[in-house]
Design a protein around this ligand. Structure first.
Ligand SMILES: *[C@@H]1O[C@H](CO)[C@@H](O)[C@H](O)[C@H]1NC(C)=O
Ligand SMILES: *[C@@H]1O[C@H](CO)[C@@H](O)[C@H](O)[C@H]1NC(C)=O
Ligand SMILES: *[C@@H]1O[C@H](CO)[C@@H](O)[C@H](O)[C@H]1NC(C)=O
Ligand SMILES: [Zn+2]
Length: 390
């Protein structure tokens, strides 16, 4: 009995020792830009709100397919900010059923491609408890997969959003740090929405409230948190994504939705100008035309404002690292990217090894032998022989 108790202690101690060093309170003197920023609602660079560009980050999650690409083209393509630079948006892409020719198209339009996992599997607790190796396969390998099949540069892929916004403690951040991923955009904050939390690094302890635990507690240098600042619905309840708000205008009330979006935006714009996130799933717009119309009207308005910039999420981190006032920001060159040719293949009946299905895959590369999945992101011939079919 006694021995087993002692052994248990040894095991627990060993497990804890394996964790990262617990982060200490942030010291503004030690933690300085460009590579360190304490979690706070202070405007980077000590700028006044009127000198601070109001960034708007529009993001869409999940697979890119021949339905939702129609909405993306309709609502996003051709938009420009008032400085005549192309407006941005970020796609947190999950792998299954994704059409990589459309991912290539989105990249060529200047939008940001980011990671939302290979499997996007349920249950949600899988993500809460996932091991380092599991998350390495879900995210670091997804970056390799996406770069290969969409034929886009690896280093253009910088961001991560965990499925279900289910945090994974330190683990996802350790994987990001080890594999050169720059920022996470999964961590909801309800407490810091007015004034709102600006992006920060995890070398020191975060002040952010943990809405979907476990949240990171370790000291993890080199990774940025782009907080998902909640909206406030019509009854003062917080919601992380526009399509999860509960007390909302009627779904066919375009004017009501326009006001609802605008009032959430104004909390940022007339506050500390922390980036305003419009986080939504495409189906919510395509099934609710009035919401889509209100969304487009909102974008039309902000695209006309001289101090508001609709950008890729990674551009926000770039600005925070080097926070220049609006007048200087407007004079900077627009983001640049090199459009990448798509050597297109349509791949029918690609057998899967993780289930009994076969998949149709549209890629910008040669077809994989098996459906790319965890542990085999390029879909190479499995070392253990051909997959079992049927
Ligand atoms: C968040 O707000 C709640 C309610 O006001 C409070 O109980 C909690 O301590 C806050 N958490 C943090 C991390 O600030
Ligand atoms: C809105 O919130 C108030 C208090 O915050 C509550 O009394 C009321 O019932 C809520 N309305 C609805 C429709 O739930
Ligand atoms: C944006 O500005 C242009 C040019 O000044 C104007 O024609 C247009 O109506 C404006 N759009 C909105 C939505 O304010
Ligand atoms: Zn998702």
């Amino acid at each position: 009995m006694k021995w087993s108790v002692v052994l248990l202690f040894v095991c627990v101690a060993a497990a804890v020792a394996d964790e990262s060093v617990l982060a200490e309170d942030c010291d503004e003197e030690l933690c300085k830009l460009p590579d360190c920023r304490c979690s706070s609602t202070n405007i980077p660079g000590g700028l006044a709100p009127r000198d601070t560009p109001q960034f708007v980050t529009v993001t869409f999650d999940d697979g890119v397919n021949n339905q939702n690409i129609l909405t993306y083209r309709e609502v996003l393509y051709g938009r420009k900010n008032s400085n005549n630079c192309p407006a941005g948006a970020t796609f947190y892409v999950s792998h299954e059923y994704t059409n990589y020719q459309f991912v290539n198209e989105l990249y060529n339009q200047g939008y940001e491609i980011a990671l939302h996992s290979i499997s996007h599997q349920t249950p949600q607790t899988y993500w809460a408890t996932a091991s380092y190796d599991a998350l390495k396969e879900e995210f670091a390998d997804q970056r390799v997969l996406t770069a290969h099949f969409a034929n886009i540069p690896m280093d253009a892929i910088k961001g991560v959003r965990l499925p279900f916004l289910q945090m994974s403690g330190d683990t996802s951040f350790k994987v990001m740090s080890d594999f050169g991923l720059v920022y996470d955009c999964s961590w909801i904050t309800n407490n810091y929405s007015d004034p709102a939390l600006w992006p920060y690094t995890l070398k020191y302890k975060s002040i952010q409230d943990c809405v979907v635990p476990p949240c990171p507690t370790g000291s993890i240098p080199n990774t940025w948190v782009q907080p998902m600042v909640s909206w406030t619905d019509l009854n003062n309840t917080k919601c992380a994504m526009a399509d999860t708000c509960y007390y909302i205008p009627e779904l066919d009330d375009e004017a009501g939705w326009f006001q609802f979006i605008l009032s959430n935006f104004e909390r940022h714009y007339f506050g500390n100008r922390a980036p305003f996130g419009y986080y939504v799933h495409e189906w919510y717009l395509s099934t609710n035309p009035a919401v889509k119309a209100a969304f487009m009207r909102f974008l039309d308005v902000i695209n006309n404002l001289s101090d508001v910039f609709m950008v890729n999420s990674a551009e926000v981190i770039d600005w925070v690292k080097d926070p220049v006032p609006i007048n200087q920001y407007r004079e900077k060159a627009c983001k640049s990217w090199i459009p990448s040719f798509c050597p297109a293949s349509s791949c029918g009946n690609v057998p899967a090894t993780h289930n009994q299905n076969s998949y149709w895959m549209q890629v910008c590369n040669v077809c994989p032998v098996v459906y790319p999945w965890l542990g085999n992101p390029l879909g190479l011939e499995p070392a253990t022989g051909p997959p079992e079919l049927q």
